[in-house]
Design a protein around this ligand. Structure first.
Ligand code: PLP
Length: 365
């Protein structure tokens, strides 16, 4: 399918609506997701273009035959393996169908305590609409002028009714990090007051340490991690939280069936992918190479960007003059998105080296 056909398809799908580029992007994504067109480059959701790892693929294929059974034992094995990696016990680990499930459950846990939550803005918002619907007001705290999570203002926003602070480090959509020492101090100060939900979806792409080492000392600290990013298994839907056993139990109590949201096939893939260290090293390196190509293209195009600690880059398209999203879409590249109203800052996921060379060609010619 070429762009003209895609447009036709997309236009049909959105016939009931006024045509907008936002809608086009979403429709394009849907169409690409369903049909898997090789001639489109999808850079919208920070997926790992290299995954799943060879070992995970093999394990998942082998696990298909056992799909007639519920995945009891393999869930426990995965919790044990994760626990070993972080020097914890399996009772510190909750498994979800992606970390999204566990972000949702943690915010539900906060909502049940009848208070408010505090989060940076912009940030990863997927969990917010459902949390608001179950009665959790969320105070949004702007980033610093350098687009970093503003820990001081977040602290100031916490009040007696705050039941949860959500932090994402490295941050989505900006790719920035709060230095480890500052984050540690924040957790020490705030964790006695309320739940700190620390989303570490992208830590493995950065050189900053995980805060999982603090879980043993702070019962209110919940670290959320995922197999979707560095392990390249976004479609398999496996994520986990690390928290003290009594906190983990509270989260498990809000799952219809504790730790049983991910399929047996996905769990087998997650288990195997943890052994494939060569693959994760490769992904981190390739991400850095591809990111550098993108940085060079942005520099050449005169667009300021934030040095990223993740698998996406946040950049200001204002000086470029042309509409970057439209331009990329005309080159079959979908996914440039805004997260801040009234600005032309865009986030684009980092694809393969080859894909980012195509992005560079599109921007620089
Ligand atoms: C910061 C952040 N947290 C969590 C997720 C969701 O990950 P999962 O696929 O594990 O639900 C994403 C996905 O893009 C993300 O960017």
């Amino acid at each position: 399918m070429d762009r003209r056909q895609l447009l036709k398809h997309s236009a049909l799908a959105v016939a009931a609506f006024t045509f907008s580029r936002d809608l086009f992007s979403r429709e394009a994504e849907k169409i690409i997701a369903v049909n898997g067109f090789a001639d489109f480059i999808k850079l919208s959701s920070n997926e790992n273009p290299h995954g799943p790892s060879p070992m995970a693929r093999k394990a998942m294929v082998a696990a298909v035959n056992g799909s007639n059974r519920y995945p009891g034992e393999v869930t426990t094995q995965l919790r044990e393996k994760i626990a070993t990696l972080y020097n914890l016990t399996k009772d510190h680990v909750a498994i979800g169908a992606g970390s999204s499930e566990l972000l949702g459950i943690t915010s539900l846990y906060a909502a049940l305590q009848k208070g408010n939550a505090v989060a940076p803005d912009p940030t990863f918002r997927l969990w917010m609409p459902a949390a608001r619907k179950v009665g959790l007001p969320i105070k949004l705290v702007p980033l610093t002028t350098g687009k970093v999570t503003d820990l001081q203002r977040i602290k100031d926003a916490v009040d007696a009714g705050t039941k949860m602070v959500y932090l994402c480090n490295p941050a989505n959509p900006t790719g920035t990090v709060v230095p480890a020492a500052e984050l540690e101090t924040f957790i020490k100060d705030m964790a006695p007051k309320c739940v700190i939900l620390l989303d570490e979806a992208y830590t493995e792409f950065s050189d900053e340490p995980s805060m999982a080492k603090m879980v043993n000392d702070y019962p209110n600290l919940i670290v959320a991690k995922t197999f979707s990013k560095i392990y390249g298994m976004a479609g398999a839907r496996v994520g986990f939280t690390l928290a003290q056993p009594q906190t983990t139990k509270q989260l498990n109590n809000l799952q219809p069936w504790a730790n049983a949201g991910a399929s047996a096939v996905s769990l087998a893939g997650a288990l195997a992918s943890m052994d494939d260290k060569e693959f994760t090293r490769f992904c981190k390196k390739e991400n850095q190479k591809a990111r550098s190509i993108f940085y060079a293209a942005l520099e050449k195009a005169g667009m300021p960007y934030i040095t990223s600690h993740t698998s996406f880059v946040y950049f200001d398209s204002t000086p470029y003059g042309k509409d970057v999203r439209q331009l990329l879409e005309s080159h079959q590249i979908v996914g440039a998105r805004t997260f801040e109203d009234g600005t032309k800052w865009l986030r684009l996921s980092v694809g393969t080296v080859d894909e980012m060379q195509k992005v560079a060609t599109a921007l620089n010619t």
